[in-house]
Design a protein around this ligand. Structure first.
Ligand SMILES: NC(=O)c1ccc[n+]([C@@H]2O[C@H](COP(=O)([O-])OP(=O)(O)OC[C@H]3O[C@@H](n4cnc5c(N)ncnc54)[C@H](OP(=O)(O)O)[C@@H]3O)[C@@H](O)[C@H]2O)c1
Length: 433
């Protein structure tokens, strides 16, 4: 065995970085067996090298300067675990330009600059690996880059944000309000103090952009993805959805048809007997449909230090092996053509409306006219209990497939009706075989 050590440099030693460093030190023998050479943790950049940490490292390893890690000639693989766009993006660029292999868990950077960084890595004949950027410990980037490559992928349906899935599960199972479920998620450490990125769908949009680029071989960034978060969902929608045979999930959906891709993240009614409808709590699942493989589902823990470290360490092993063997990384082929992004207005799907109306005769006829005028056909209407005090009732309307542009118009027209107090909820339905 050729045992000249391969140098690893860490940028960031927080939740994920600490677990990665711990494994590099404590599982050194196991990792060495996989690579054929020792992996040596050579330098670590953190914001505050003086702060006490559970994992104590020799002071000489720590620095506040990421460039000191990247530029260290004994570092061969740079592992970026700082998060955020800046300075992480520039650090990755610098490392690739210095012919260092790069491993990252950073979905923001990959969603924004993935194609550019991939080209840079190919130009310098080094790896850029980012398995942990989507789905934590769930292997999904590897399968898209390799095992599913022979397929024409038609769609991706995914639950890729554990925080929101946890909140929706509490709302569904306990009838909790959004605010109460969010508080619970924060107490358990599943949601950050500022949860906007998760609850407004940005995190899922970054991840969907990464998956779509790989699956459809087209450049997709986070800003190409339409998104709506979960903060407007109400506990009563979960009850009504259940009565109708549906669960409510925040889905990330990408579909390729007629030379275009539709890319969206929003709450969905999903038939309760479907696999994704049963993915609860902080778990993630990604369903990919290809012409050869059919539907495959990847399921597991989408975050947390150990599952995420599992993916990061797998990438480190791959990068170290190709460094040790002096072999060029496999061509990614990730971007071969640019597909048009379908405007949201052109989406055609079913809808669930919850409308609060005056409790009197003739109301439904007025609403049906508004919908009919816009070619929106009603599949079913249920009148829920009326409220004597406010003299209002709730109507739950399910439609047949309709155009998004028409539905948005219909919402405005319904809101203008004197008999409509409020269009309280509009949720798209993902009725799939
Ligand atoms: N947490 C998860 O479960 C999870 C799951 C999947 C993917 N990820 C991704 O993994 C990455 C890391 O996440 P995390 O949860 O481990 O983050 P974290 O706990 O906030 O750790 C960030 C680390 O980076 C260091 N750092 C930040 N800015 C720096 C700078 N300018 N210079 C030097 N060091 C800097 C911090 O230093 P100090 O320690 O001194 O503050 C800290 O050690 C992110 O891209 C995240 O999206 C996380």
């Amino acid at each position: 065995m050729n045992n000249r050590a391969i140098g690893i440099g860490l940028l960031g030693m927080g939740v994920v970085g600490s677990e990665v460093a711990r494994n590099l030190l404590q599982q050194a023998e196991r990792l060495e067996k996989q690579v054929g050479r020792t992996l040596a943790l050579r330098r670590v950049a953190v914001r505050d090298p003086g702060r006490h940490r559970d994992l104590s490292l020799p002071a000489a390893l720590l620095t506040a300067d990421p460039n000191a890690v990247i530029g260290d000639s004994s570092v061969h693989v740079v592992v970026e675990l700082m998060g955020g766009l800046h300075p992480a993006g520039d650090c990755i660029r610098a490392a690739l330009s210095q012919r260092k292999h790069v491993v990252t868990a950073n979905k923001e950077v990959i969603a924004a600059y993935g194609p550019e960084l991939t080209r840079l890595a190919e130009e310098h004949e080094v790896n850029l690996l980012f398995e942990a950027s989507v789905g934590g410990g769930i292997p999904i980037i590897g399968p898209l880059r390799k095992d599913l490559l022979a397929n024409h992928v038609s769609s991706i349906h995914a639950i890729i944000n554990g925080t929101t899935n946890y909140i929706l599960t509490r709302m569904s199972q306990e009838g909790a309000s959004f605010q109460a479920a969010l508080r619970q998620a924060q107490e358990l450490g599943y949601a950050e103090a500022n949860p906007a990125n998760d609850v407004e769908g940005a995190d899922a949009a970054y991840k969907l952009a990464i998956l779509s680029s790989l699956a459809f071989h087209t450049p997709v960034t986070g800003s190409d993805v339409y998104r709506e978060g979960i903060s407007k969902l109400s506990a009563v929608d979960f009850r009504y959805a259940r009565e109708l045979g549906y669960a409510i999930k925040l889905l990330a959906i990408a579909r390729q048809e007629d030379g275009a891709v539709s890319l969206r993240v929003h709450p969905c009614l999903l038939p309760a007997d479907q696999l994704l409808a049963k993915v609860d709590g902080v778990f993630n699942a990604i369903e990919v449909e290809g012409d050869l493989v059919g539907k495959v589902v990847f399921h597991g823990r989408g975050a947390g230090p150990k599952p995420t470290a599992s993916a990061v360490l797998g990438d480190i092993i791959e990068a170290a092996r190709s460094f040790a063997e002096g072999r060029k990384p496999a061509r990614s082929g990730s971007v071969s053509h640019a597909l048009r992004v379908m405007p949201m207005d052109d989406l055609c799907t079913q809808y669930y409306f919850r409308v609060t109306v005056a409790d009197r005769a003739g109301v439904l006829a007025k609403i049906a006219t508004v919908l009919g005028d816009l070619s929106i056909s009603i599949a079913s209407v249920i009148q829920k209990a009326s409220d004597a005090a406010s003299q209002t009732a709730e109507l739950v309307i399910m439609t047949h497939p309709a155009r998004e542009a028409h539905v948005q118009q219909a919402i405005r027209h319904m809101q203008a009706l004197d008999v409509v107090r409020e269009v309280s909820s509009v949720i798209r339905v993902e009725a799939r075989g």
